[in-house]
Design a protein. Structure first.
Length: 440
């Protein structure tokens, strides 16, 4: 599992939910603390101040009323002004209310009017803009609401800072591990959070591939080193004998032996290079149309120059399939050469349909066969059985060095095919190759 349950996360979620509810409750209290009255209450509220201002101004000569109003303005937190009745748009019933000494509300809910005389009104407001900010800030509910809104931002900042530190630590650990992996592919990668899981999984897969590749290279290097010892020792011995005074016949035999050993070394190099090329996916895997019967007849005819007497049986409904011709040639050539090498007198190649979109090729011989316990091992590189059961072939693909069947299995892997070995009805070995008619 990539993720681990962290109790702190559940607690954090609960705290955030509780804090959100607290902020909503405080905002609701703040709304209740704001001035919000009905029109009737508003008129009743301003009726008293309007009456007192009107009484004060009526006692003054008309020319001094403006100055008197300015003197009163210092005692009010909302604006006071004198306006002409004709300049104010009021409802028809407002005249009756003004005549009875009541305040009326204008078109704006923030302004009220009180009659000074028949032609002049006292305008009171706008109300809301007149409140001093220091008065608002003195209300505890507003302070609590402001703090409640600020604290989550602080907590979020701290959380993001902590997450960034965690990311930096995780990235530093991954970089360090990748550096170790370059030197030691088997390095154990650290377990990280779910967000890093795809990257870590890719690194694990890469580490496995690098490790497998290193093992293959090590295996091939050891096997090649082992195969080189025998011909090199013979060549050294032959060269030592050539350096001595030897008769002409001896020199000719030694020269022939040297040529055979050189040829064996060249074959080993070619086989090793072919195996190395197939160790990883070819740069380009062909997908060409192949006429099945013609191709099989060509492969059988080329077997040992046509002298081995191999038989071919093709029982398929569709004569076409698709694949990489060079890889398929390598597969069939090694299997046919292997059968011809170990069969006594019979080699048979058959092709059948096998399910939807599958082609079955079977190569049989009448040789000694392959023991059950060796049927998986023969596909490993540089594995050769006893002289009677040697699974290699004498072709250039590397069968004589125990690479022929290893090349077959690797080529089939890139063709998305499979191979199995069993007992043949002819008495020897049967190699069954399953191929898709169309490469997936």
């Amino acid at each position: 599992m990539w993720t681990r349950f962290k109790p702190g996360r559940g607690l954090l979620v609960a705290l955030c939910a509780g804090w959100a509810m607290l902020v909503i409750w405080l905002i609701w209290l703040s709304a209740l603390g704001a001035i919000h009255v009905s029109e009737y209450s508003f008129r009743r509220l301003l009726g008293g101040p309007g009456y007192l201002v009107a009484q004060h101004l009526r006692a003054l000569p008309p020319a001094q009323r403006e100055a008197g109003l300015q003197a009163l303005q210092r005692q009010f937190q909302f604006p006071l002004s004198l306006v002409a009745r004709d300049d104010v748009d009021l409802a028809p019933e407002s005249d009756v209310m003004l005549a009875n000494g009541l305040a009326v509300q204008g078109s704006s809910e923030e302004i009220a009017y009180y009659a000074l005389d028949e032609k002049t009104l006292i305008q009171m407001g706008p109300m809301w803009g007149s409140a001093a900010m220091e008065d608002v800030m003195r209300q505890p509910v507003f302070l609590l609401a402001g703090g409640a809104c600020f604290i989550p931002l602080l907590l979020l900042s701290l959380f993001m800072w902590q997450r960034r530190r965690q990311r930096e630590r995780a990235m530093a650990a991954l970089i360090h591990t990748i550096g170790d992996m370059a030197r030691t592919p088997a390095t154990v990668l650290q377990v990280v959070d779910a967000e890093w899981a795809p990257l870590v999984e890719a690194l694990r897969q890469h580490a496995r591939q690098v490790g497998a590749m290193a093992e293959r290279h090590k295996e091939v290097s050891q096997a090649v080193s082992h195969e080189l010892r025998t011909p090199l020792a013979r060549m050294r011995f032959a060269l030592a004998l050539l350096g001595r005074d030897a008769d002409q016949d001896t020199r000719v035999r030694l020269q022939q032996r040297l040529l055979r050993d050189v040829g064996q070394l060249e074959g080993l190099v070619r086989a090793s290079l072919a195996f190395a090329r197939l160790a990883d996916a070819p740069a380009v895997i062909g997908h060409e149309r192949i006429a099945l019967r013609a191709w099989l007849e060509e492969e059988v005819a080329a077997l040992d120059g046509g002298r081995c007497g191999a038989t071919l049986a093709v029982t398929v409904e569709d004569d076409e399939f698709y694949g990489d011709r060079s890889l398929l040639h390598l597969v069939l050539r090694n299997l046919l050469d292997n059968a011809a090498r170990h069969g006594h007198s019979q080699v048979r190649l058959e092709a059948h349909d096998h399910g939807a979109g599958q082609l079955l090729l079977q190569v049989d011989d009448d040789g000694p066969g392959i023991a059950y316990e060796d049927q998986e091992r023969i596909f490993e590189p540089f594995v050769r059985l006893s002289a009677e059961q040697d699974s290699g072939s004498e072709n250039d693909a590397g069968g004589s060095f125990g690479l022929g069947l290893a090349l077959v299995k690797r080529a089939l892997h890139w063709q998305q095919g499979e191979i199995q070995v069993s007992r043949s009805p002819l008495g020897g070995a049967r190699f069954s190759v399953m191929l898709p008619r169309r490469r997936l």
